[in-house]
Design a binder for this molecule. Sequence first.
Ligand SMILES: [Zn+2]
Length: 373
Amino acid sequence: MKILRAFKTELDLNKVQQTICACHAGAARFAYNWGLARKIEAYQAGQKVPTAIDLHRELNVLKQGELAWMYAVSKCAPQEALRNLDQAYAHFFRRVKEKQAGKNVKVGFPRFKSKKNGLGSFRLTGAIHIFENAIQLPRLGRLRLKERGYLPTRGVHVLSATVSERARRWFVSVQVEMEIPDPQPAGKSAAGVDLGIVRLATVSDGGGIDNPRALKQGLTRIKRLQRQLSRRQTGSANGKKAALRLAKAHSRVVNIRKNALHQATSWLAKTKSAVVLEDLNVNGMLKNHHLAQAIADVGLYEFRRQMSYKGGWYGCEVLIADRFYPSSKRCSGCGQVKPALLLNEREYHCGYCGLVIDRDLNAAINLEQLLYA
Ligand SMILES: [Zn+2]
């Protein structure tokens, strides 16, 4: 089976390479913002809104004059940024349609990109070669990788590479097409999976995955750094240092979380024939201040997203329970539903059949039982 997959890893750049990458990211951001302004302008003037192809043609003309500095970067960077802009427009129109159809979505018009959130990213296509410890990109040449052997060197067709910066570290994500063995659902069992705060995932067969301890430590550190930053004067040298420390701690927590989610979803997709997940109303839950952090941590959307595509790779069907299915309040022993369950009740006690069971396990079993309902 042929699949599309992305591999992301850190680059080990020297000062010159960092500058060139920053230039490319700058050109991509410029093209995106310029294109967005052109689209808005055309719309307001009642003209046809230009597409990425139109804009790229226009930009090439400008490059011969005022935008001559763009010759210093690969033509892919602005071109791909304009493609991203078209994508952002397409998503916007899709959300508008969903809203009109009565769905509860935020429409959100594409926004201008600012340097406030780092230097950004750029995508390159064309001749990309992967080596054990380096990647060769058009215009940038051979760039060293921090981790040896993570990127696939054989049996893959490389479609594109995206270089991005975060908290002064540079990363490359390569999009590849590769052949994997056809999924083998035989011999695997189905399970319900409860995603939670205490444990990352609880499985109905009694298994589960804990949240990494480093995540909690990372969060404590972020809170401390946030307090520190708030005491510093904005724009001062010490303020900037504190902001960078905070950004670094933040990106560390994001990585730990992502890693844990990837491990959990890979394991489930490989070992289960089907999983049933809860459909949490994340919008509603995020309003609850206390829960917000925890929900964000667990990354429910990310979990479900990974589960869906990995399910396809490994032959695991992913089912989402109805939003009103009372997976927490229902007794998995007798099916009685409690009118209410407090968040701090870690154990489920059933008043009808006397079952006493871990709260999350009860929910996971209820989810599994949906398969047989
Ligand atoms: Zn019961």
